[in-house]
Write a protein that binds this ligand. Structure first.
Ligand code: 4AD
Ligand code: MG
Length: 463
């Protein structure tokens, strides 16, 4: 009774049950004999229809206060609904209006708004059907992720947000500054000195928690991170954010095959979990956003992922009967159009591409015996492209030192990382899943800005 949610009432409540709900009014319809309002509290896609009879105390004053957007508490009795599309409704016996909303200025109307428009009212858009469903599914994905790893004995570790290392070596770092605006450090040339500005040392927002996950894996065997990461890449695409969430498992005593097996089992588990927990939301996405959402989920759950090497991928792309915008050539990285061709058109399911050229991958990936490729793996998803990037890590001290030097990384800067190879090194592997790309994949949402509550991209910084 204390904290009843509309989802539970719509699913389980029976006529004659007394309930109290709290939420926001989505619609109001005044008829001659009574008034209908529909209330939503975020727990469920559908609204609970409430009947307000004129014999309610203060009926006339209440009606004046209730508009779309108002916040209410309604107590009453569940009755069977005669209207189409709902099993039950709530006959109100008392109504409290916490806050009214001016219908003339409330930005959400009872019509479909474009996602572009909704982005301009990011503080209100979660009160719409689609964005509400997105964040319920996002929550279910997060819950599935923890459950998956916890069931398997992985330790959740909290990697730092502020770090001194550039894990990916790509230089896509946001600098963290402790600048006192009254005392800005200057270079000898008199310019602002950004190089040493975290209390006299260098510091960045993390691009990945992997290096720290490796530290913890060398004590706990199986660990995972789940937190925000940051990339200073000026990419205004529908799949890039400057701030996104990443899930990074890391396993000691594990090779590339074990890594791929985990990634596949992981994605299957999350899809199954979300179909089970959010069936109404998933059906809604299938109906309104992308009519392949449910088939894709079944495909993920029921079929083995395709596994091919990078070299095989290149020859398949060379044979493709279509033109690509970017060149395909052994040694070049795969572009999103190539990734999508493989997953979406050729294999029609997720594809795991392994053993990429050493020249295009990060320093920590394990060098294969032929020394031209590394034990990397990317999982490519239909419509999304790369959703997971991972690898077996280089566990041999001498090889790792050489790789670092050849990529211009000073081994002294990462001496703690090299210690992991000096003291009890083991083969180990892991991967990173882009959490928002997963939510996009799951829901069919076209733009990554619509699957994170407060999108941070080069062009958006409202919050
Ligand atoms: O492939 P990435 O760069 O891999 C790493 O960071 C490794 N350290 C992970 C690991 O092995 N522990 O990033 C991993 C994933 C990508 O596959 C992609 O899904 C997502 O993170 N990602 C982004 N998502 C949204 N916006 C961006 N700018 C992203 N950059 C990467
Ligand atoms: Mg990658």
């Amino acid at each position: 009774m204390v904290n009843q949610r509309i989802a539970e009432i719509l699913r389980n409540s029976q006529p004659d049950e007394s309930v109290t709900i709290k939420g926001w009014v989505r619609t109001k319809r005044e008829l001659k004999e009574f008034t209908f309002i529909e209330v939503n509290d975020g727990s469920f896609l559908a609204n609970l229809q409430v009947v307000l009879n004129p014999d309610l105390p203060d009926y006339d004053t209440i009606l004046k206060q209730i508009n779309t957007g108002a916040s209410v508490e309604v107590s009453g009795v569940i009755v069977p609904s005669l209207g189409k599309g709902q099993r039950i409704e709530l006959k109100a016996s008392s109504v409290i209006v916490y806050g009214d909303a001016d219908a003339a200025t409330y930005p959400l109307q009872k019509k479909r708004h474009s996602f572009e428009f909704l982005r301009t009212i990011g503080h209100l858009r979660s009160r719409t059907n689609t964005i509400g469903a997105v964040f319920r599914v996002r929550n279910a994905c997060a819950s599935a992720i923890h459950q998956f790893f916890q069931e398997r004995g992985f330790l959740w570790i909290h990697s730092p947000i502020i770090t001194a290392s550039d894990c990916e070596g790509a230089g896509e770092l946001f600098t963290v500054t402790s600048l006192n605006l009254n005392n800005i450090p200057k270079t000898k040339a008199g310019e602002v000195d950004f190089s040493q500005d975290f209390f006299g040392r260098k510091a960045y927002l993390t691009v990945s928690g992997q290096l720290q996950a490796e530290v913890m894996a060398m004590a706990f065997r199986d660990v995972y991170t789940f937190g925000p990461t940051f990339r200073a890449e000026n990419s205004n695409t529908s799949r890039h954010l400057a701030e996104f969430w990443m899930v990074e498992p890391e396993m000691a005593f594990c090779d590339l095959n074990g890594d791929m097996d985990l990634a596949e089992a992981f994605l299957k588990y999350i899809f199954k979990y979300v179909l089970d927990k959010c069936p109404e939301d998933m059906e809604f996405f299938n109906e309104r956003i992308d009519n392949s959402v449910l088939a894709t989920a079944e495909n993920i759950i029921n079929n083995e992922f395709q596994r091919i090497t990078y070299t095989e991928a290149i020859s398949l792309l060379e044979k493709a009967e279509r033109q690509f915008e970017y060149p395909v050539n052994w040694g070049l990285d795969l572009q999103s159009e190539h990734e999508r061709y493989l997953a979406e058109e050729l294999f029609k399911k997720p594809v795991i591409v392994t053993n990429y050229p050493v020249g295009i991958k990060a320093f920590y990936m394990r060098l294969n015996d032929e020394e031209k490729t590394v034990a990397a793996m990317d999982v490519l998803a239909p419509k999304i492209g790369e959703i997971i990037g991972g690898s077996q890590r280089e566990e041999r001290l001498d090889v790792l030192q050489k790789r670092m030097e050849s990529q211009g990384i000073n081994p002294e800067d990462l001496s703690w990382y090299l210690d992991l190879r000096r003291y009890g090194t083991v083969p180990h592997a892991g991967f990173g899943l882009g959490f928002e790309r997963l939510v996009q994949f799951m829901t069919g949402m076209g733009n990554i800005r619509d699957v994170i509550p407060f999108p941070r991209t080069p062009l958006s910084a409202d919050f």
